[in-house]
Each structure stands twice: as structure tokens, then as C-alpha cells.
Design a protein around this ligand. Structure first.
Ligand code: ZN
Length: 353
């Protein structure tokens, strides 16, 4: 057994033990209060059928998770949780549900589910999708790969791209990994020139006759729908304008993305957002300059996608979140929320994500 598999097995066994034995409630009582922030995108629905399963969570799974937590934890919005973390007045552990990007199912499928539970969520908007009805490049890529297949996609990318180094890495990846969408996306995310990428993907979409605007219309909220979510008591946060990888942006571009999404929400909803989430969210997807720019823009918190929980005194510009999707397992979330995984971390064991 590889070391990674052994670690996964240990993590799973510990979480299972806590859950099945009920020991998690004892661990929770003995642990200092903390905030677990859940991070999802979509609730599985016809509108998002074309998205991969790591982009969505089944309604029944989400309802069970939130109903379980509601018994022992406060369910807060990110803004409320940030206030308690900042002031140090966190009397009881809390769970926050955040949803990234701003998908239409957040209104049609998530909101009714939350209404049944009496819970509120924080929805981080990629504002250009609402304002200009323009998809970010990842959705364009998935559409193209689906339509063209990986080999033809890479061949056409080669024909249109100016970025020789990036294309070589793309071809090498296709040779080594074949039709693996994750690795193709990874190369386009980190290895190619991003302006060239935007240009080539736009050109390919039109070459293939794919109307990205129709997908955007189906997938994303409108501003009116965002206002409806806000009227129902959900918090609307910001997630940049174009879902940019902030670490790859110049300081000026960072400021435009961070302040532009703030201003769009303020204009459309009548109040500036308090909460921000870094697109993609890993520590190499943003940097110190971006973190400072977020706080300077008036946000009270910014969330990453590094797993763990948050305690009072946490750095508000780098809060941790745990991803949820169709493979979600309640016992792993409970082990994190109750402090069970932090116990392992204190013993020097880092549970793998
Ligand atoms: Zn996102």
C-alpha cells in the first residue's frame, strides 16, 4: 500500500470511528469552538447536467449534511461567521455553506432546500457572467473538449496559438495523459499564456459554432435572481469579475477584479459585499498582494480552498474551506467540524484532503 493510500485509510477509519461511536460530540465538547466553511458550486439540476461531478452536490446529500450539523452547530453566513471570528465572540462552533461562481441552481434548487431547513448560505458571484453573460474560460474549455474530443482540440489549439512553449506542454500532456480533462485544464490554467488562451478558446468556440452565451444563460444567475437570493436572506459575496487566477494578474488587474466585482454587486444589490473568495482558491492561485488588495477593498474576509477549520484569531484573508461535491462523505465533514482532524494534526498527522 502506498503511503498516500495508508494515510487516506487512517483518516477514513478515524472519521468513521468518531461518527459511528458518537464520539464526535464528545470531541466537539472538549474542543475550542471553530468554524467549518463548506465550499460547493452547484446543486445537481438539469441546468448543470453538463458540468463534472466535482462541480455539484446532490440535494439529498446536502440536506442531510446541513440537517445533521443544525443539531449541534450554528449555521451562519460567511459575514456572520467572520464577525464572530474577528471579535473573538464565538461561543459555539458553527458551519457556513458557501457556493462559488453564482449558478442558477443556487436559486432554483438550493434556496428551497435552505428554506426548509431555515438556513442561509453565502453565494460568491463571478460578476462578469451576470453583467456580460460571458462564461469564464474553463466552461468554454469543457464545452470544446466535449464537442471536439481531446486530440482534435489540441491539434486546433496548436494551429491557432502563438504561445509555442505552452502548446508543447499541452501536446506532451495529451501524449502522456490522453483524454484526461483534468490535466488538459491544468496546463491551460498554469502553463500557457493566458491572453493567448482566451483568444484561442474564443476562436475555437466560434469555429465550432458553439454558442457559449446560451450555456451562460442556462448556467448562471441573472442579477434579478441574485437580488431574489439576497431578499431571501442569503449573503451575496464576490469572486472577482472573470474568475481570474489572481496570482497571474498584474497588481492593476488584481485591483480591477477585486474592486470591480465589489462595485458591480454594490450597484446591482444596493450594498457592497463583505465576503470574498479567491477563484480556484489554492495558495498558488493568489498571492500576498491579492490578499492585501482584498482587505484594502473593504471585505471583512477572504476564503481559500485549503481544508481545515477556522478559530478566532485566524487570518481573515486566508480562511480555510472544505470542498463538497457528489463524492462528499458526511463523516469526514463531521470529523473536521468537531475538531477530530485537528486532534490528528496536533499529533503530527496531516489528514489528506
Ligand atoms: Zn469559482
Amino acid at each position: 500500500m502506498s503511503k498516500h493510500k495508508l494515510k487516506l485509510a487512517l483518516r477514513d477509519a478515524w472519521a468513521r470511528l468518531l461518527w459511528v461511536s458518537g464520539l464526535h460530540s464528545l470531541v466537539q465538547r472538549c474542543s475550542a469552538p471553530r468554524v467549518l466553511v463548506l465550499a460547493g458550486h452547484c446543486v445537481s439540476a438539469p441546468s448543470n447536467a453538463s458540468l463534472s461531478k466535482d462541480m455539484k452536490i446532490r440535494a439529498a446529500d446536502l440536506e442531510r449534511i446541513l440537517a445533521t450539523f443544525a443539531r449541534r452547530y450554528d449555521i451562519l453566513t460567511m459575514g456572520e461567521a467572520a464577525e464572530r471570528l474577528r471579535s473573538g465572540r464565538l461561543a459555539r462552533s458553527a458551519v457556513v455553506l458557501t457556493m462559488d461562481d453564482g449558478y442558477a441552481d443556487n436559486l432554483t434548487h438550493l434556496a428551497p432546500l435552505l428554506a426548509r431547513l431555515g438556513a442561509k448560505a453565502t453565494i460568491y458571484l463571478e460578476t462578469r457572467a451576470l453583467t456580460e453573460r460571458r462564461l469564464n474560460w474553463t466552461h468554454g474549455l469543457f464545452l470544446l473538449l466535449d464537442h471536439m474530443g481531446h486530440e482534435r482540440f489540441v491539434a486546433r489549439y496548436r494551429a491557432l496559438a502563438r504561445d509555442e512553449r505552452g502548446v508543447s506542454i499541452l501536446e506532451e500532456t495529451l501524449r502522456l495523459r490522453g483524454g484526461d480533462t483534468y490535466h488538459i485544464k491544468r496546463v491551460l490554467k498554469y502553463e500557457v499564456d493566458r491572453l493567448d488562451r482566451e483568444r484561442v478558446l474564443e476562436a475555437l468556440l466560434s469555429e465550432e459554432g458553439l454558442a457559449a452565451s446560451e450555456l451562460c444563460e442556462r448556467l448562471y444567475l441573472t442579477w434579478e435572481q441574485a437580488r431574489e437570493l439576497a431578499r431571501e436572506g442569503h449573503e451575496i459575496g464576490a469572486h472577482t469579475e472573470s474568475h481570474a487566477i489572481l496570482s497571474r494578474c498584474s497588481p492593476d488587474e488584481q485591483r480591477r477584479e477585486i474592486e470591480g466585482s465589489r462595485d458591480a454587486i454594490a450597484r446591482e444589490l444596493g450594498a457592497a459585499p463583505a465576503s470574498f473568495a479567491y477563484p480556484f482558491g489554492r495558495e498558488w492561485d493568489w498571492d500576498e498582494h491579492a490578499a492585501r488588495a482584498v482587505m484594502a477593498a473593504g471585505y471583512t474576509s477572504s476564503t481559500t480552498t485549503h481544508p481545515g477549520t477556522n478559530r478566532p484569531g485566524a487570518d481573515m484573508a486566508r480562511l480555510k474551506r472544505v470542498m463538497i461535491d457528489e463524492d462528499v462523505r458526511l463523516e469526514l465533514l463531521v470529523a473536521e467540524a468537531c475538531g477530530g482532524f485537528d486532534l490528528l494534526r496536533r499529533l503530527g498527522f496531516q489528514p489528506p484532503a
